[in-house]
Design a protein around this ligand. Sequence first.
Ligand code: SAH
Ligand code: SF4
Ligand code: F3S
Length: 474
Amino acid sequence: MDSNLTQHQELLPEELQGSAVNLDLTLPGSTGRKFYIESYGCQMNFSDSEIVASILAQEGIQSTRNIEEADMIFINTCSIREKAEDSVRKRLKEFKPFKKNKPELVVGVLGCMAERLKAKFLEQEQLVDIVAGPDSYRDLPNLLKKADDGDKGVNVFLSREETYADIAPMRLDENGVTAFISIMRGCDNMCSFCVVPFTRGRERSRSSYTIVAEAEDLYLRGYREVTLLGQNVDSYKWVNPETNELTNFAHLLEMVAKVNPQLRVRFSTSHPKDITDEVLYTMAKYNNICNYIHLPVQSGSSRILELMNRTYDREWYLDRVSAIHKIIPECAISSDIITGFCTETEEDHRETLSIMELANYSMSYMFFYSERPGTPAAKKYKDDVSLEIKKERLNEIIRLQNRLSHHHNQADIGKTFEVLIEGNSKRSEDMFKGRNSQNKMIVFNKKGNYQPGDYVTVKVDSASSATLHGTITA
Ligand code: SAH
Ligand code: SF4
Ligand code: F3S
């Protein structure tokens, strides 16, 4: 296997090694019990773990980063591809010795895999005590009581209303500068390959007031960037029950942008069928809404897009790309691509490569198709592209994206950008890292009294396909 392929597959966000919660908080009324949590999957899951941490803290249960001292271990899981589920199962096996040493240890499986497998989890994985789907986290204290009494606790009820709007997430991020805000849950799209509608249920939007209040609170606590999260943010829709007034995504963006000009606003994910010119004009109007859109194409072939039930075709997608370039000329676009979907031919594959060039993505997440049980594609189509061909095509896609990213980054050399400092660079304490509006990571020297959370002007001196390097000019 090509080394590129391995590297990229391991960099996929959904399959990143789970990351442990990072807070040591002692609350009044603490029970002395401690929980350890690991999150896998997309940002929605990481964001949900912050809700879970908040619910457990209310019960007086403290967080720990040290798994050995934990009285309960939670794993927040992802089902998007087979590989994502495999890594969770592998991790669960590693928990066995802890349970052996401490029989009263509670092991809880949360998130999408819990929802997909439900009580089956208890049969398959003997050490699991709690199975809780994404809409049942308020029930965790109750499920814990059951587990303490020696029973198994399962709640996989999917709600039409739950948005956890009133729960202040306990921020688990490490930098104190950038944070995620969930604005909606679930998905109504039914892309044929996708398990999300089954694991996260129907789409519902959270009240715009609680979103704005969360952004204001984050700003006051020193945060300088928020990312509004949803599976399809463009279909955000909230009707005020008192006034009947409708807030769409463009309105919401504007409301959050107005919180403070020093608070950057990002969002993810946009759906090509739903992203409106109104959203693009709102982005152009506010300097603090970042010039970056993650607009997953999945395939460049209209025939495959139809089988995928993406409800747009190649022309529609390219029209949206032109609208972005026209209305926000400096905007960077990134994508998700699935290769080797059912019946995909070499010609379809060529169309994916050509749409990547036309859209000139700054970055992409690239996957080969993994059939998910119960999805429309699994029911209707044969997974008939061999693994070998899937890997070959994926390799070619990755090589092309590396070339596009390299080109994109080379074109930035000599330009200056406003960068929000996020913290020290991984490689050196003497360097800062931060992102420009286009979401590109820039590493630069420290200078003066600048701190994480400050904005600086950085001139780009050199670039690789992943990172820009620069110097502070102001
Ligand atoms: N809501 C987002 C995507 C969420 S899932 C959207 O509509 O764009 C993240 C990505 O995982 C998808 O964009 C897709 O590229 C990939 N993905 C989803 N299901 C997959 C499957 N069965 N096999 C391979 N990749 C998949
Ligand atoms: Fe899945 Fe499609 Fe919904 Fe994205 S929009 S979560 S790919 S069903
Ligand atoms: Fe995975 Fe669930 Fe997110 S399946 S990608 S954690 S919505």
